[in-house]
Design a binder for this molecule. Structure first.
Ligand code: BG6
Ligand code: MG
Length: 253
């Protein structure tokens, strides 16, 4: 046995020990895939992806659109408040923003504010194109399909289908569960439970990928294992954490 192989085995054993102790997968083993030789056998049949902040970086557009609305209304808003909006529905996001408002808004006024924000947001979405998706993200989705995973979207956004079309991502997914087919926003698990149902799988057979604390909670509440990326890696609840989207290939053999 080569010393390189022995070193790999040593690292994988250490990795498994760490995983047992922390229930957290350290994704990279010496920074490269080990061709599946040492990884646990296939644990999932499906993957459910959040959209904003995972597949595309529309989270910044949300921020800009809310910021414009808040400035126009004279309401204080910053990036820290914005982080609380991740994964949260449009109307629930507005309620969070209005916490800093000095005046009260009627229901009709709130609906108008939300529509105004969405119009600003859609202006940004129209600038999106297939090049708005990282090539590594696209290649990873292709590879997951090759590995026979069923892929679904689980997003709170009512703009999901528009974004998927703009970026030419729609054809990678077997199903889309989004803000148009749910009544309860994350951290309620409804959007993911529907996604699992659309791809005819039980939660235990799917893993959910999220960038939001509320999304990790939604996955957890629905009985899913979860993969955190971005902001959600600061949370202690996800099953796995990854630095880059393509790192999920280390989990999904
Ligand atoms: C989520 C975003 O994906 O969608 C939230 O993380 C957003 O920030 C929510 O509020 C609803 O989006 P939309 O496009 O329906 O306003
Ligand atoms: Mg998100």
């Amino acid at each position: 046995m080569s010393s390189d192989l022995l070193e790999d085995i040593r690292q994988v054993l250490a990795f498994e020990k760490r995983q047992k102790r922390t229930n957290m997968t350290i994704i990279k083993v010496r920074g490269e895939s080990k061709e599946g030789t040492y990884m646990p056998e296939k644990k999932y049949k499906g993957v459910i992806f959040d959209l904003d902040g995972v597949l595309v970086f529309t989270d910044h557009y949300h921020y800009l659109a809310w910021k414009r609305l808040a400035d126009e209304e004279g309401i204080y808003f910053d990036e820290t408040i914005n982080d609380r909006l991740r994964g949260v529905s449009r109307m629930d996001s507005l309620e969070i923003i209005l916490e800093k408002s000095r005046r009260r808004y009627s229901f009709a006024e709130k609906a108008a504010l939300a529509e105004r924000k969405n119009n600003y947001y859609k202006e940004y979405l129209k600038t999106m194109s297939p090049s708005s998706v990282r090539k590594e993200t696209r290649a990873t989705l292709v590879e997951l399909r090759k590995r026979s995973y069923r892929l679904a979207i689980g997003s709170s956004s009512k703009n999901t289908k528009f974004i998927l079309n703009q970026t030419d991502l729609a054809s990678y997914f077997d199903a889309v569960s989004d803000g148009t087919n749910i009544t309860k926003s994350k951290p309620d698990p409804e959007v993911f439970l529907k996604a699992a149902d659309f791809i005819s799988l039980e939660p235990k057979d799917c893993v959910v990928m999220e960038d939001a604390f509320a999304g990790i909670d939604a996955g957890y509440n629905g009985g899913f294992d979860t993969i955190a990326i971005g902001e959600a890696t600061k949370y202690d609840r996800p099953t796995y954490k990854v630095m880059q989207f393509e790192d999920i290939l280390e989990i999904l053999k």
